[in-house]
Design a protein around this ligand. Structure first.
Ligand code: HEC
Length: 142
């Protein structure tokens, strides 16, 4: 790369670091009423995005990766927040629970690019079974 282009790239990368991003963890509300073994799976594999208890990794402070991380967490919390369960109507809770099963069975969640740096979030057959049993029990009771 010509020197001038390199300088522009470095300058842009530096400037990006100053873009303000919201990495707050708001107070935890009513948490999802799942049995302890399911809650453990959700906490391990989903809470970084779908809760107010995000453990922000160091690269959440390094632009442009931080843009992706912060955007994912914001969007994930909007779609499904295990720490805001109290704000959901019973119908919405049931709908979310069905969606969880669907995402987990299809292997869509957790997002694949999250896994290499969070291998503990890779769901085992046992984890999936716990979620499936939870969803069936909720649906049987309603
Ligand atoms: C790295 C962040 C991340 C992790 C970890 C993650 N998700 Fe998500 N999830 C997202 C984002 C972003 C969306 C919204 C965009 C989309 O649907 O792809 C989403 C959407 C969803 C939806 C759809 C909700 C709706 O209303 O459409 C469900 C259900 C879901 N996730 C369940 C889970 C479950 C269960 C886990 C853990 C096993 C999990 N996710 C882990 C980021 C994440």
């Amino acid at each position: 790369m010509p020197k001038r282009v390199s300088l522009i790239v470095v300058g842009l990368l530096l400037a990006m670091q100053f873009v303000p991003l919201d990495r707050s963890n708001p107070p935890v509300g009513e948490i999802v009423d799942a049995p302890p073994e399911v809650l453990a799976v959700l906490e391990r594999a989903c809470y970084d995005c779908h809760s107010h208890q995000t453990v922000w990794p160091w690269y959440a402070w390094v632009a442009p990766i931080s843009f992706l991380v912060v955007h994912d967490v914001q969007e994930a919390r909007e779609h499904l927040n295990f720490n805001d369960w109290g704000k959901y109507t019973p119908e919405k809770r049931r709908k979310k629970i069905d969606e969880i099963l669907e995402e987990v069975e299809e292997g869509e969640m957790p997002l694949f690019y999250y896994l290499p740096l969070h291998p503990e979030a890779d769901l085992s057959a046992e984890d999936r079974l716990a979620i499936e049993e939870w969803v069936s029990a909720v649906n049987a009771g309603s």
